[in-house]
Ligand binder design. Structure first.
Ligand code: DON
Length: 565
């Protein structure tokens, strides 16, 4: 039976009802069996694929991709940031979640970004080294390699070292990013030194050589974690921090640990969805959205039906209202995860939805507005045995805090901005929240990153993730619903224009083409406050077909590359 026939026969039970699916296309790439990688950058995808071809497993390849993106995709790929990985290990048939989120430096304090009047100081938590948390990426990638990899570290890291040392050709997409941020780059001497040439951004066709970054990567290849978190690299990083107002010191670096956590797992009809637990809100909020939706009969509806768009929007509004109030680093704050994902709670939440009228967010709950930021990257890897890595990592904004570490050549994150900068203070509606995500020394800031693995009938079937800040969760949710629920082809499922509601601000954002004039009129009449915005996200997806072969797709919105063999 072909994938099309099998999935065509798929019926999804929603809230006890049958949701029949139209037959999806089997994806636009041919099915591969040796392995597959999808990432935001073709050089990174190719490097990962080469490792698989050499006999490395998915874990080896994922570490290679992570380090290569740090060289070739500097707007988000990083060693100066952090992230989350969801890993499926065939031998144990288990899904593991690795948290390598940044931590607040031990000298960080709750009100560090506020002035004497308690107001947030402009750009203090977004620009320059004071915005940086202690980076977790190197610890995270090496943890994956140590626990599950099979090839030597030096071999895994060589592609990244080569690309940094010999350089790579800047393509038009990266050149456009550089041009957009040239003004910010110019504000920092170190960034000017590495990422401008005579004050001008690199343009398409230029070769970008990163000799200092290559040296750091070599130290990591030789010494492992010690090559970054102690010795020369840590010393230099701490010195540069103290010279330029940052708080990260050698103690912070030496004590950084990636942490294995229980993934969030929830069922939706025949799907079992695994995603990331706090300190990412991704898994819990996605679980809430699906759990609220499950109380409605969706059978026979189309994804373009305003009734469905309204229902999904209201489910998102209710789920996101819980995000800022209840979630934060579980090592510091109690997260009522089980309660939030319980059927009773989600049923009660679903009863708040009026299927004909939008519920004003002010009547939904308390909390602070979830802020948006611009750059992160996701990649997926699968090997011939079926081992899987779904990994999202970030330096938060494009090029993080915009300041490069002099002598080391990489951008630091501005992840401190993901904390509630003003917890306990009334938001624009006079509501209170955000205590669980207040700044504290050593604490991890709340994230929306959602590397996800979807099982269909207990079999791993989809690997998915994207950048997009707070919009990550709704983009991943829509992709799963589009593919499994509405039976769209893989490329249609990810390329369908997005829409997004996150409770506050009380707006239904949509990409160009998401709604036609009739939909806009109906949704506006229902009370939705619509606002068109630019495209967002860069979904990377792999689907494991029923015959065991792999197809992958990379978002039209980005410049990524899906490849297999
Ligand atoms: O952890 C988070 O949720 C954010 N720092 C992610 C930022 C992001 O996705 C920006 N990308 N478009």
């Amino acid at each position: 039976m072909s994938f099309r026939q099998l999935v065509g026969a798929l019926t999804v039970i929603v809230g006890g009802m049958l949701w029949s699916c139209a037959p999806p296309q089997p994806g636009y790439a041919p099915g591969y069996r040796g392995g597959m990688v999808t990432s935001a950058d073709s050089l990174a995808t190719q490097a990962g694929l080469d490792i698989l071809k050499k006999g490395g497993n998915a874990f080896d390849a994922a570490v290679t991709v992570g380090f290569v993106l740090a060289v070739t995709h500097p707007q988000a790929g990083n060693i100066g940031g952090g992230g989350f990985a969801l890993i499926y290990v065939v031998d144990s048939s288990k899904v593991y979640a690795l948290d390598f989120r940044e931590t607040a430096p031990h000298r960080a304090s709750r009100d560090m970004y506020l002035d004497n009047d308690g107001e947030a100081i402009d750009q203090l938590s977004t620009k320059g080294f004071l915005a940086s948390g202690t980076p977790g990426t190197v610890a995270g990638l090496l943890e994956i390699l140590n626990c599950f990899g099979s090839l030597p570290r030096t071999e895994i890291m060589q592609p990244a070292i080569d690309l940094a040392e010999s350089g790579f050709i800047v393509d038009s997409a990266l050149a456009a990013r550089f041009a957009n941020y040239a003004e910010s780059f110019a504000q920092f001497a170190s960034t000017r030194k590495y990422f401008l040439q005579d004050g001008q951004p690199f343009t398409g066709g230029d070769t970008l050589i990163q000799a200092d970054l290559a040296r750091v990567l070599k130290l990591i290849a030789e010494k492992g974690k010690a090559g970054f978190y102690s010795g020369e690299t840590a010393g230099r990083l701490a010195t540069e921090m103290s010279k330029h107002g940052g708080l990260i010191d050698e103690f912070n670096l030496a004590s950084y640990q990636a942490v294995w956590r229980e993934p969030i797992q929830f069922d939706y009809s025949r799907l079992t969805i695994y995603s990331i637990s706090p300190p990412s809100s991704g898994g819990v909020i996605m679980g809430e959205i699906f759990g609220i939706l499950a109380n409605f009969e969706i059978s026979g509806r189309q994804p373009t039906d305003p009734w469905y768009i309204h229902l999904l929007t209201e489910s998102c509004r209710l789920a996101y209202a819980d995000r800022s109030v209840y979630l934060g680093d579980p090592d510091f704050a109690y997260n009522p995860t089980e309660l939030l994902l319980s059927q009773d709670y989600l049923y009660t939440r679903s009863r708040q939805i009026d299927t004909t009228q939008a519920l004003p967010s002010i009547r939904v709950g308390a909390g602070l507005e979830v802020k948006e930021s611009e750059s992160t990257t996701h990649y997926c890897v699968i090997d011939s045995a079926g081992n899987i890595v779904s990994l999202t990592y970030t330096i938060n904004s494009n090029f993080g805090c915009k300041q490069v570490v002099n002598g080391l050549g990489f951008f630091m994150n501005n992840e401190m901005d993901d904390f509630s900068i003003k917890p306990g203070m009334p938001n624009q509606f006079g509501l209170i929240g955000g205590e669980a995500n207040a700044i504290a020394p050593g604490k991890r800031m709340l994230s929306s990153m959602s590397p996800t693995i979807v099982f269909y009938n207990d079999r791993p079937t989809m690997i998915v993730g994207t950048p997009g800040g707070s919009k990550i969760i709704t983009s991943v949710t829509a992709t799963i619903l589009n593919f499994f629920g509405f039976g769209m082809s893989l490329d249609s499922a990810i390329n369908l224009p997005h829409y997004h509601h996150q409770w506050l601000p009380d707006k239904l954002y949509y990409e160009k083409g998401a709604f036609d004039t009739t939909q806009i009129r109906v949704l506006t009449d229902m009370g939705h406050n619509l606002q068109q915005r630019s495209d967002y996200g860069d979904l990377q997806v792999i689907v494991i077909q029923p015959d065991g072969s792999y197809v992958g797709a990379s978002d039209r919105r980005g410049n990524g590359y899906a490849a297999g063999y």
